[in-house]
Design a protein around this ligand. Structure first.
Ligand code: AP5
Length: 214
């Protein structure tokens, strides 16, 4: 099954994608992660993306769509979960064309809904392992021993630049203006599935699994 997860920043798309990868072996395609790797490696793509990401703005469509096109071409039949793409209706239309080109289909577009006040708390408390990308939260998912990553033992646990207050406000506005309209887009295509993203991560994953079966 090929799906995409969309929703506001901090809804839990990355967290739930990790569960899907573990349970179903799906290929995780996160445009945010791809940009962060490019920034870490200081590539031209990373340098361009950083200017937008740090401010909480969208990276231009042409750059993002070309990057996703390359990944889709390399899938070789593996099922996928798209996380953070598409981010606006133009990207949704581009995705359809890209999938046609490689003879793939999107089965469901899963929208994870979380109220705004909870999102701000999730984003400002998020911490990430620089070595393996594991995601934590200072209150709801702290490091087990307080300093090493539970997954890889890494010690460099950092806060994303775009999880600072000014960027969070911009990201929430960008979401409302550009990403939320994708709900209507996928509803019209009969692909929209809505999942309540409140409550703990395991409960949300059970809901997600049920929505995949239905
Ligand atoms: P991206 O990395 O995709 O950021 P995002 O969409 O803002 O989503 P997040 O990663 O912030 O949140 P998430 O929903 O994955 O939540 P998570 O699981 O981590 O994009 C970053 C930037 O890259 C964009 O702003 C843009 O500049 C650029 N970009 C990316 N894609 C683009 C595109 N297609 N076009 C143009 N530009 C693009 O969880 C968040 C926190 O909450 C964690 O601490 C977690 O532990 C906690 N948490 C998760 N679930 C729960 C739960 N159920 N209960 C309590 N806490 C929870």
């Amino acid at each position: 099954m090929n799906i995409l997860l969309f929703g506001p920043p901090g809804a839990g798309k990355g967290t739930q994608s990790a569960f899907l990868v573990e349970r179903h072996g799906m290929k995780h395609i996160s445009t945010g992660d791809l940009f962060r790797v490019a920034i870490k490696n200081n590539t031209p793509l990373g340098q361009e993306a950083k200017n937008y990401m740090d401010k909480g703005k969208l990276v231009p469509d042409s750059v993002t769509i070309n990057m996703v096109a390359e990944v889709l071409q390399s899938l070789k039949g593996a099922s996928f979960v798209l996380d953070g793409f598409p981010r606006n209706v133009a990207q949704g239309e581009a995705l359809e064309a890209l999938l046609d080109r490689v003879n793939l289909n999107l089965d469901k577009a899963i929208f994870i809904e979380v109220p705004i006040n909870e999102l701000t708390e999730r984003l400002s408390g998020r911490r990430v392992c620089r070595n393996c990308g594991a995601v934590y939260h200072i209150a709801t998912k702290p490091l087990k021993n307080g300093k090493n990553c539970d997954s890889c033992g890494g010690t460099d646990i950092y806060q994303r630049d775009d999880d600072k207050p000014e960027s969070i406000v911009t990201r929430l506005n960008v979401y409302a203006d550009f990403t939320k309209p994708l709900k209507e887009y996928y509803r019209k295509k009969n692909k929209l599935v809505e999942v309540d993203g409140r409550e703990d991560v395991e409960k949300v994953f059970s809901r997600l699994e049920r929505s995949l079966e239905s």
